[in-house]
Design a protein around this ligand. Sequence first.
Ligand code: MTE
Length: 303
Amino acid sequence: MLIRPPADIPSSEITPEALYVNRRDFLGRAAGALAAASIGGAALAATARAQGDDDKPNTYEDITTYNNFYEFGTDKSDPAENAKGFKTRPWTVKVDGMVKKPAEYQIEDFLKPHKLEDRVYRHRCVEAWSMVIPWQGIPMAEVIKRFDPLPSAKFVQFQTLLDPQRMPGQQRAVLQWPYTEGLRLDEAMHPLAMFGTGIYGKTLLPQNGAPLRTIIPWKYGFKATKSIVRITFTDTMPRTTWNLAAPNEYGFYANVNPEVDHPRWTQSKERRIGEFRRRATLMFNGYPAVASLYRGMDLRANY
Ligand code: MTE
């Protein structure tokens, strides 16, 4: 497969380390929203921005009102409306499977040992729209190391809460509930992968997957799991919600790949929310540092 160098990103800006950059530059472009979010100095010092001058963060309004979260309805505006009042405390996260330290954590204990980081990532939905989101969260690798997976564990599966009373979309069989997604363990350990807990320095709202979601910026958005209650380590590739719904359309890997079209539309272009023009979609969503995870794989067969 041809891995196309991203057109608009200087190579100096594509390593994970280079995510941590010029605070003033980020502030200049996101000043209003960050002021509103009133995040602390330490968080600001660690603030990252997306790569490329063309990647201005979307507004807090866009990010919190244009959502896919079918548990709260299938229209983009449904989650913000129907998740109002969704309670994310108390919240338990179960860690099980092939791991030395299985446990049921209260969300506070799950998060406690870790320092929250701010990172701005591109977010590309399989539906060919995109955003740039200033996330707050924890590197997934840090959390996984803490659970100590067994050498036999090769995959990790994430599951959303199943509760049709509190998540009314689950009363309809639009998908098989609970929503579930998975990663190969080495993908989950990649420094770009995160557990998300906030946006613009504010605690995550329910429509974005509070209190805990995954963020895998080089994959289509559906690989992210919102409102996670279970994390399972396994030696077999987990079944995933969209793959169960339409296996010919949604594969396990779901890497952003402009060269593999969706059967019903092109994936070579995308529309950034807030813009009219369509821009070129970048291989791995413009994060070529992840390419080594897929060396030797045919990314057309493993879509
Ligand atoms: N997680 C759950 N539980 N239910 C969903 O419907 N939608 C996915 C993903 N995670 C979804 C989910 C899809 S298709 C996308 S594009 C992203 O969430 C959207 O995340 P955002 O609304 O924060 O942009």
